[in-house]
Every structure is written in structure tokens, then in C-alpha cells.
Design a protein around this ligand. Structure first.
Ligand code: MN
Length: 366
């Protein structure tokens, strides 16, 4: 043997406890190339130093990492490889969390028997929304590409981007408005949401097929006792309950992923040059929004807003304005004023909706 440090595929397979078949597959997939292939016989030979590499590939496959990513990790120095595995796992956990929410949504949905409105509790238990929507160009931008809308059932904020950003956000919201007119039962909410999301996606694609045109969409649909939330992009929904402010959406941005993956602190993200880059939006690329179902309580206040508010106004100021301004319309005005007082760097949109008991004596319509 001229190269005593190389092992036959059989010896190498025994040493790393993988099958020769697996090793041949790794070779074909370009995950682990043999050190040498005999030009005459085609036999594969491996270097002893490749044992560690072969085991890493096997473990990464067990982890469920996609092949292309294993290839990248395999080429990295250990510290970079460790970071990459950490990031991969954080993404898996974030995706699992989104699926967990969807599972909870479905369980919740299926566990609640649909009821007719005539069977609703007494009128004193009936809830309804008091709402207001407002959008403002801000102090810097040449055009307003945001759309805000509030109706008796539909609340929506959309933030368009690209050359046709304004019509894109308007079309996405327009596609939801039919829900305001439709008689709605809790049982049909899944169908309606699916139709609404499909309709909004198609409406945006009808505006422009270009990659760089699209919109965020954060919308809530009122079913009479619950709010179904549809969310994609970096507009946000908050719930003010008992004086506390809860962020109930997760930003689909590159920097939020980097925070989730431990690559960036929230403080670093605030000034990151790519902080507005979206990971998901309604547009040409297929992307599924997050869905959630919220049980409404009398006294709850919901805020939907575009990033023009959240990037300009600190969260505790938002909380204070929401908690101290009773009227929804006055609240949207105060929030936009606060954004513009801080430079108004972007278009600002707000929808504020209060869950209130209906006035006694009024019978449900339908
Ligand atoms: Mn914006």
C-alpha cells in the first residue's frame, strides 16, 4: 500500500459505524467525498481523519437538517458549525411553535360546538366591537403605502412595499371586506379565513407578479365571541388586557429570526441595517400566514399597527396611550401623533378595537 492512512470503504464503515451504502449515498449527495477513488476499480478509500466528519454528517441527518445545509456545516470550522446548528435548531423550534399555535387553533375550533345566534346567551352577555382606523403618510415618505380598515367584523392593517406597494396593501384589505357583509357563524370561520387569505394573496398577485411587490397583512375577524387573527409580515397586533400590553404576533423579519436564533440581541436589531427586511409577506412567493383564535373579553382592547408605529414609538408609550385614551378614534390619532412627534420616519397605521358589552335589550340581528 502506498497510502497506509487510507481505509477501504468497508473498514471505514466499520470504524464510523455507518453502512457502506450510507457512505456511497453521502458521496453521491456530495456530503462526504472519499479521499481517493481508484480510477481502475472505482473503489472508494477514506482517510482516517474523515471519521469525525462522517459521524457529524450522520448526526446532522438524524437531526433532520436538510442536505444542502449539512454540506455547508461540513465545510465549516467547529465554532461556525456550532453556531449554524444552533441557528438551525432555533428555526425548527420557531416553526414548531407556529404549528403548535395552529394545532391549538384547530383543537379550539373543533371543541366549540357551532351555535346559532338565536341560542346566544342573554343580551347582557353579548359582545361587540367599538373600533376606529387611521393611516398617515408620516413626515418623510413621499407616498402612503399603508392601508388600515375597521368594520363591524373585520380589522386590518397592511403595509405595502415595492413600486406598487400602495395598491397591493389596498387590494389585500379590500379582499377581506366581504367578511363584514357575510353572515358569520363560528363554525364557518376556517372556511372564511382560508377564502380571505387566498383572496388577499390573489389580489396582491393581480397587482404585480414582481418579486419586490407585496404587502404585510395583520387582520382580525370578529365571530361574535372570538377574534380570529391572520398575520404575515411585520405589522403587529397587541392586546391590552387589565392594563397590560401583550404582543400577540411574531414579526416575520430577518432580524427577528436572527434574534430567535441567538445571533442578534433585540438592541442590536433596532439599528440593524436590514431591520426592515421581511422573511414572509403576501406577494409572488408562496407563504402561509400565522393563524390564531382569541377568546374576547369585555374590556379587551386590540391594537393593529404597521411598523411605522412600532419603530418610532417605544412600547411603553404605546401602552400608556392605549390605557389612558378611552375613545378608539382619539387613540388612533394620539398614536399617530406620537409617531410623527418622533420624526414620522414611515407611514403609520393603527386600528384600535374595544370589546364591549352590547347595550341591553337589543336582540341579535339575523
Ligand atoms: Mn412600514
Amino acid at each position: 500500500m502506498t497510502e497506509p492512512e487510507t481505509l477501504t470503504i468497508g473498514a471505514f464503515a466499520r470504524a464510523c459505524r455507518l453502512s457502506p451504502k450510507a457512505l456511497r449515498l453521502y458521496d453521491e449527495l456530495d456530503l462526504l467525498r472519499p479521499a481517493r477513488v481508484d480510477p481502475d476499480t472505482g473503489y472508494r478509500y477514506y482517510a482516517a481523519e474523515q471519521l469525525e466528519q462522517a459521524r457529524l454528517v450522520a448526526w446532522l441527518r438524524r437531526l433532520g437538517m436538510p442536505l444542502a445545509r449539512i454540506r455547508q456545516v461540513g465545510a465549516m470550522e467547529p465554532p461556525a458549525a456550532a453556531q449554524e446548528i444552533r441557528a438551525f435548531w432555533a428555526r425548527v423550534e420557531a416553526d414548531t411553535a407556529a404549528r403548535r399555535d395552529l394545532a391549538a387553533f384547530l383543537v379550539d375550533h373543533l371543541s366549540t360546538p357551532p351555535r346559532k345566534d338565536t341560542e346566544l346567551m342573554t343580551s347582557s352577555d353579548l359582545l361587540e366591537l367599538r373600533y376606529a382606523a387611521r393611516t398617515d403618510i408620516g413626515l418623510v415618505r413621499a407616498a402612503n403605502q399603508d392601508t388600515a380598515y375597521a368594520g363591524s367584523r373585520v380589522l386590518a392593517v397592511a403595509d405595502g412595499f415595492g413600486p406598487e406597494g400602495a395598491p397591493a396593501s389596498a387590494a389585500a384589505v379590500e379582499a377581506l371586506k366581504f367578511l363584514d357583509a357575510e353572515p358569520l357563524t363560528a363554525g364557518s370561520v376556517l372556511n372564511l379565513l382560508e377564502d380571505a387569505v387566498q383572496g388577499a394573496t390573489q389580489a396582491v398577485r393581480d397587482i404585480a407578479e414582481a418579486n419586490d411587490v407585496g404587502t404585510t397583512l395583520t387582520a382580525m375577524v370578529w365571530t361574535g365571541s372570538r377574534l380570529a387573527l391572520v398575520h404575515i409580515g411585520d405589522s403587529r397586533a397587541y392586546l391590552l388586557r387589565d392594563g397590560e400590553l401583550f404582543l400577540i404576533t411574531h414579526d416575520h423579519t430577518l432580524v427577528q429570526s436572527m434574534i430567535d436564533e441567538g445571533r442578534l440581541t433585540p438592541e442590536e436589531a433596532a439599528t440593524h441595517p436590514q431591520r426592515t427586511l421581511l422573511r414572509k409577506a403576501l406577494g409572488s412567493a408562496p407563504a402561509s400566514p400565522d393563524l390564531r383564535l382569541h377568546d374576547a373579553r369585555s374590556g379587551d382592547r386590540y391594537l393593529l399597527c404597521s411598523d411605522g408605529l412600532t419603530r418610532a414609538v417605544p412600547e411603553d408609550t404605546v401602552r400608556r396611550l392605549l390605557a389612558t385614551t378611552p375613545d378608539p378614534d382619539a387613540t388612533t390619532a394620539a398614536l399617530i401623533e406620537a409617531a410623527n412627534a418622533n420624526g414620522g420616519p414611515d407611514n403609520v397605521s393603527c386600528v384600535v378595537a374595544d370589546v364591549v358589552r352590547t347595550d341591553g335589550g337589543r336582540m341579535p340581528v339575523r
